[in-house]
Design a protein around this ligand. Structure first.
Ligand code: NAP
Length: 541
């Protein structure tokens, strides 16, 4: 804190936490706006999700050209995506390209984890303590901490005793890991594991998959982008982003306006075949509009996908094990796969259902189930994340009257617009729980949040305000609205990170209202309405 006459000024006007997709763009806008800003990033480089997740097979499930930033015509013109669904190394190169182009890393501090943030009620600013002991103050604290950045290990005894190599997929080493000919065990069958398994099945010696609940997976149909297609993509960026603005998920794929029962069976099946054969999320998000709402329509579609799994997996017993029975297609986020089901046709790939033979412990040699011990050279933990709120819970954030965010969110997040929290003035949670960003094609969602926040900060500066906080009434209304949107959605019926479940975190064994289910266009409308009504729902001073 510096003194200027009687006025106490914080060290920075804005501090952004995280240099991933969201933090990079927020920084760009803040610099454009001429704000004194710094980014604190835990990793040693930019990229967030794409910096950490270096596991084999990591790649987009959004079309590459629908994922890149839309804000810079130059970047759109200069960057060539090599595949329709780019792999992690390419995405990390892309983010570095953007950062270098706009010389953003000068304003970033790496290897710099935020440990605590305390709001100073008198000075209207946040006092931050970093893990290395440094302290600094900022008027506004902007979190771009990622939705899936707090990795969780399974609660299985003996993890530390294993004598081979083992990794959580999020912390996959930067240097190449040689899996060739190795005996590998993998725990988990979520979107991450599905990518890993498809990628390594034909490279390792033996691969044993420990599955608790199968997911409905569908083919990604990735492919290279040739020069002609590249030119076509570049010529149609306006239309691509316009399409993404229209769809609920911010993807190129939006629901078909027809209802399941309106369409004769033959036509319906032909349409589903088309979806299954087409690249990307169409198979999930491009369906008849009632398939993710009406249980009967959903059951019929699930039957169709189950038949595909039976077709692709040779052993009928394994096929049955890979077909979810506890939730319908699309009610959990659909993992997009390449060669996933075919992997189980290989003689070196084995499936262990931990419901039949539970894992009892990790041993120095491998994994012991109730039936036997499996010996491994490598164990891969693809066991997911303390999603959305986990990254916040790992920082000591204290608002007015000593209230901690961890305590406030103990039973689930409570927010206004997913962007602000009563009792935590000047904290803006850019991709926070209950915001529109967390259920969308991420860059499309965060561009919205960043632009809105930039306009807000401009307004505050122009009006000499130093403090903004959601009113209690606005927070109550929004949190109730988020809950209400869960009613009638099949997504709310499945236990997954979308609905706040994680068996490896205390207290996360119940439904938590984590995400805004209204869709990106409605969220955008609401944000605009708030501005048009003079930032209604905020106490601004
Ligand atoms: P996840 O979907 O939460 O999957 C975690 C897996 O670990 C589940 O199969 C879970 O089983 C299993 N598991 C956890 N603890 C276990 C235990 N103690 N014993 C046995 N199994 C256990 O996590 P994820 O696969 O990392 O994916 C998370 C999200 O990341 C995805 O939904 C997606 O949004 C994103 N993602 C995106 C991409 C992409 O863009 N292409 C790729 C990968 C991931 P249960 O289901 O029984 O809990």
């Amino acid at each position: 804190m510096t003194e200027t006459g009687s006025e106490r000024r914080p060290d920075h006007e804005v501090v952004i936490i995280g240099a991933g997709v969201c933090g990079i763009y927020m920084l760009y806008r803040m610099l454009e706006f001429g704000v004194d800003v710094t980014v604190l990033e835990k990793g040693d480089g930019v990229g967030g999700t794409w910096y950490w997740n270096r596991y084999p097979g990591a790649r987009f499930d959004s079309e590459s050209y629908s994922y890149g930033y839309s804000f810079s015509k130059e970047v759109l013109e200069e960057w060539n995506w090599s595949e329709h669904f780019a792999a992690q190394p390419e995405t990390l190169r892309y983010l570095n390209f953007v950062v270098d182009k706009y010389d953003l890393s000068r304003h970033m501090q790496f290897g710099c984890a935020l440990e605590a943030a305390v709001f100073d009620d008198e000075a209207d600013c946040w006092a931050l303590t970093l893990q290395d002991g440094r302290t600094l103050t900022t008027r506004f604290l902007l979190t771009a901490v990622g939705m899936l950045s707090a990795a969780t290990m399974p609660r299985i005894q003996g993890v530390e005793t294993f004598e081979g190599e083992s990794f959580h997929t999020y912390y996959w080493p930067q240097e190449p890991v040689n899996l060739e000919g190795k005996k590998v065990g993998i725990i988990g069958t979520g979107a991450t594991a599905v990518q890993v398994i498809g990628e390594i099945a034909d490279k390792v010696g033996e691969l044993t998959v420990f599955q608790r609940r199968p997911n409905w997976c569908a083919p990604l149909h990735n492919g290279p982008i040739d020069d002609e297609t590249q030119a076509r993509i570049k010529a149609s960026y306006d239309a691509i982003f316009e399409r993404c603005r229209e769809t609920p998920g911010g993807f190129l794929h939006g629901p078909d306006r027809r209802e399941f029962l309106e369409v004769p069976e033959e036509e319906r099946l032909a349409f589903w075949e088309e979806l299954y054969a087409s690249p990307g999320f169409g198979v999930w998000l491009g369906n008849f509009r009632d398939v993710l709402v009406d249980p009967h329509a959903n059951a019929e579609y699930s039957k169709f996908i189950a038949a595909k799994i039976r077709d692709r997996v040779d052993d009928p017993i394994i096929a049955e094990k890979l077909i979810p029975k506890d939730h319908g297609f699309g009610s959990r986020r659909v993992p997009m796969e390449t060669n996933y089901y075919e992997a189980y046709n290989r003689p070196n790939v084995h499936l262990v259902d931990v419901n039949d033979t539970p894992i009892e412990r990790i041993t120095p040699a491998g994994i012991e189930t109730s039936e036997r011990e499996y010996e491994f050279d490598v164990i891969i933990y693809a066991t997911g994340f303390d999603a959305i709120t986990g990254a916040f819970d790992r920082i000591d954030i204290t608002g007015v009257d000593g209230q901690t965010l961890r305590d406030k969110w103990r039973d689930g997040p409570i927010t206004y617009l997913g962007l602000q929290i009563t009792g935590f003035p000047n904290l803006l949670t850019l991709a926070g729980p209950q915001s529109g960003s967390v259920t969308t094609n991420f860059p499309r969602g965060i561009e919205e949040a960043v632009d809105w926040t930039t306009a807000l900060l401009t307004y505050l500066r122009e009006h000499d305000h130093t403090r903004i906080e959601a009113t209690q009434a606005a927070e109550d209304e929004w949190t109730q609205h988020v809950k209400d949107l869960f009613d009638g959605s099949l997504l709310a019926t499945a236990e997954s990170w979308f609905t706040g479940y994680n068996s490896n975190v205390d207290g996360h064994d119940k439904l938590r209202y984590m995400v805004y289910m209204g869709g990106a266009p409605k969220f955008r409308e609401r944000l605009a309405e708030v501005v048009n009504n003079g930032y209604e729902g905020f106490d601004i001073r």
